[in-house]
Design a protein around this ligand. Structure first.
Ligand SMILES: *Cc1c(COP(=O)(O)O)cnc(C)c1O
Length: 233
């Protein structure tokens, strides 16, 4: 089995090669190390290799792990929430994560916004799109996404910075390419309409262990990779 250091090195090489194939700046792509189910020792190992951005799917698990990490690591690491989030967990999520990638309804956005009113803090969020229109999956349907972005703009403590999607599973990453392309097209269109909180290129979170190279070729700015870094769960 390869070490985390070797895996990270190989993934960075692949991201760079994919970016260059698409005439993109490799520095415009960030690797989110998905550490769900992984013990803190493995997170610390990744941190020692310079990986400082992590994704977690479960609030309670993340909270316990963050609290168990040494303070100097807690201070340097950035956490993205990438799982399904219930509105009643919004306060805890906002307290522990710097970015919530899975906002897919106004009620959740409002709950996050309310939890930040007192502190006045800004929280970065992405809107999750159900790009494959799968009934069992979270995410706003593509045709409702622009309206949701407009509604969320009323949440003053949220910075809506881009889109995120988990396309239908396919063994061949080429089958996923059209979904990546469509998410990227939507993000550019909404950016042109001024529907994101900040000017400039929106964040586009797409691509996992099996297909992150294709996602980078199609415009991902965040790739979420677990298994290819930490091994199987
Ligand atoms: C688990 C997970 C990942 C990472 O998946 P791998 O195939 O292990 O790379 C990425 N995104 C989300 C939303 C996940 O739940």
């Amino acid at each position: 089995m390869k070490t985390i250091a070797e895996n990270l090195e190989r993934i960075h090489e692949k991201i760079t090669a994919a970016a260059l194939r698409a005439n993109r700046d490799p520095a415009s792509i960030k690797l989110v190390a998905v550490s769900k189910t992984m013990p803190i020792e493995r997170i610390e190992e990744a941190v020692s290799c310079g990986q400082l951005l992590f994704g977690e799917n479960y609030i309670q698990e993340a909270r316990d792990k963050i609290a168990a990490l040494p303070p100097e690591i807690q201070k340097t690491v950035t956490w993205h929430f990438i799982g399904a989030l219930q509105s009643n967990k919004a306060r805890v999520a906002a307290a522990h994560f710097q970015v919530i990638e899975t906002v897919d309804r106004l009620k959740l956005a409002q709950a996050l916004n309310r939890s930040l009113e007192e502190s006045g803090k800004q929280l970065s969020v992405l809107v999750q799109v159900n790009i494959g229109r799968e009934p069992q999956k979270s995410g706003v349907l593509p045709e409702n996404c622009a309206a949701l972005l407009k509604d969320i703009a009323t949440c003053r403590n949220l910075s809506v910075d881009g889109l995120m999607a988990i396309p239908p599973h396919a063994d061949d990453p080429e089958e996923t390419r059209p979904y990546f392309r469509e998410l990227c097209r939507m993000a550019r269109e909404y950016a042109g309409m001024g529907l994101f909180s900040r000017a400039g290129a929106p964040e586009i979170s797409m691509g996992m262990s099996g297909d992150f190279e294709v996602a980078v070729e199609e415009g991902a700015t965040l790739v979420r990779v677990g298994t290819a870094i930490f091994g199987s769960r």
